[in-house]
Write a protein that binds this ligand. Structure first.
Ligand code: SAH
Length: 356
C-alpha cells in the first residue's frame, strides 16, 4: 500500500468519509505524494500526452490567434501573457517562438505562469528561461493590465464532486472504508442549491458533477478581462453540460481504478463549459461558441502549417507529423472531444479560430 493511501485511510478513520473533491485534491497536489508534485506525467514515457506534447503546431497556432487578438485590440503597450497549468512549458515555448515576428508583441508582454506544482515550475523555468517568467498561485495575483491567457487541460485537473439524484435531492459520492481499504459510498440525501438547474434535465439515479474550483478561477480571469481587455482561450475535454460519471484515472496511458494507487495516476474529469460561460457572462465578458478543437485548428491553418513542416521530412519523421496532425484534428481522435472556448470583453470579437 502506498504512503498516501495509508494517510488517507488514517484520515477517513478519524474524520469519516471524504468527498471525491477532497480525495482528488490530495491525489493531485499533496506536497509529498501528489501526482503533479512527484510524477513526470507528460509525454510518451508518462501517463498521458497532451496536445502541445503531440506537436509544436498546437502552441504555434494558439500563439498566432492570441497575438492577432492583441493586434485587433490596438496592441496595448504593456500586457500580461499568462498560462494556467503550463505543464512542461511546451505550449508557451512554442507560442513565444511563433510570435517572434509579430511587431511589438514580445516587448509588450510580461509572462506569468499559474502553477501549483514546484517540480513543474522547475521544468517551466528551464523551457522558458529566455523569457523571464513570473509564477503566481492564483489569477488574482496577476497585474492590473490587459490579460491574454491560455489554459490547456487545466480545468479538467480541478477536483470534482459527484452527486447521485435521489428524488428532488442529491446524495454525494464519498470515499470511505470497507475492510480496511478505500471504497466509494453515498452520503445522506440533501438539497443542493448549486444543482437546482439539474433537477430539470435529470431523473432519479442520474449522476452529475460539480467542480467547486472552476467557477472562482473563471470569475477571476473574466473580471480581469472585463476591466482591462484581453482574451482567454480555454481548451479542454468536455461539453456544454455533463451527465454521468466522467472521472478518469490514467497510469502509463491505461485506465486504472481511481482508488487503487492514490497519487500515482492522473485523475481528470470532463469540463462543464456551461458553468464557465455563465460565470464569464456574469462578470461582464462575452464568450465564443464552444468550438471543436479540430475545427479551431483547421480555421487557423494547421493543414498549411503541417505541409510546410512536412516539406523537408521523409520516413518516420514524416509519418509522425502526419499522425500528429490527425491526432490533433480528427473527429475520432482529439478533434471533437476537445473543445475551445474564447473569452473577451463584451462586444469584442473572440480570437481568430472562434465565432461569437
Ligand atoms: N497545460 C499542460 C499541462 C496540463 S496538466 C499541457 O497541456 O501539457 C495540468 C496542469 O495544471 C499541470 O501543470 C498542473 O500542475 C497544473 N495544476 C493543476 N491544478 C492546479 C491548481 N489548482 N493551480 C495551479 N496549477 C494547477
Amino acid at each position: 500500500m502506498n504512503a498516501l493511501k495509508t494517510q488517507l485511510i488514517a484520515r477517513i478513520n478519524t474524520e469519516g468519509p471524504i468527498s471525491l473533491a477532497d480525495y482528488m485534491a490530495e491525489c493531485l497536489l499533496h506536497p509529498d505524494h501528489g501526482y503533479y508534485t512527484t510524477q513526470a506525467p507528460f509525454g510518451t514515457g508518462g501517463d498521458f500526452t497532451t496536445a502541445p506534447e503531440i506537436s509544436q503546431m498546437f502552441g504555434e497556432l494558439i500563439g498566432l490567434s492570441l497575438a492577432q487578438s492583441w493586434l485587433d485590440q490596438g496592441a496595448p503597450a504593456l500586457f500580461t501573457l499568462a498560462e494556467l497549468g503550463p505543464g512542461r512549458g511546451t505550449l508557451m515555448a512554442d507560442l513565444l517562438r511563433a510570435t517572434r515576428g509579430v511587431p511589438g508583441f514580445h516587448s509588450a508582454l510580461q509572462l506569468y505562469l499559474v502553477e501549483a506544482s514546484p517540480s513543474l515550475r522547475e521544468q517551466q523555468a528551464e523551457a522558458l528561461k529566455d523569457y523571464a517568467p513570473h509564477w503566481v498561485d492564483v489569477i488574482d495575483a496577476l497585474p492590473q493590465q490587459p490579460l491574454f491567457l491560455v489554459a490547456n487541460e487545466f480545468f479538467d485537473a480541478l477536483p470534482i464532486r459527484q452527486f447521485v439524484r435521489d428524488g428532488e435531492g442529491w446524495r454525494e459520492k464519498r470515499i470511505g472504508l470497507a475492510e480496511g481499504d478505500l471504497t466509494f459510498g453515498l452520503g445522506p440525501e440533501a438539497p443542493q442549491p448549486a444543482l437546482e438547474h439539474r433537477l430539470l434535465d435529470t431523473k432519479p439515479d442520474d449522476l452529475v458533477e460539480l467542480s467547486p474550483g472552476a467557477a472562482p478561477v473563471m470569475a477571476s480571469l473574466a473580471q480581469r478581462i472585463a476591466a482591462h481587455g484581453g482574451a482567454a482561450l480555454i481548451i479542454d475535454y468536455g461539453d456544454w453540460r455533463s451527465l454521468g460519471d466522467t472521472l478518469q484515472a490514467l497510469k502509463s496511458h491505461k485506465p486504472v481504478d481511481p482508488l487503487e494507487t492514490p497519487g500515482e495516476a492522473d485523475l481528470t474529469a470532463h469540463v462543464d463549459f456551461e458553468v464557465l460561460c455563465s460565470v464569464a457572462t456574469g462578470a461582464g465578458c462575452a464568450h465564443s461558441k464552444l468550438t471543436p478543437q479540430g475545427v479551431f485548428l483547421e480555421r487557423l491553418g494547421i493543414t498549411e502549417r503541417a505541409r510546410s513542416l512536412a516539406a523537408p521530412l521523409q520516413g518516420a519523421a514524416l509519418e509522425n507529423l502526419i499522425a500528429a496532425h490527425r491526432r490533433l484534428t480528427h473527429p475520432t481522435e482529439m478533434g471533437n472531444l476537445f473543445k475551445v472556448l474564447g473569452i473577451t470583453q463584451a462586444k469584442t470579437p473572440p480570437p481568430p479560430g472562434l465565432n461569437a
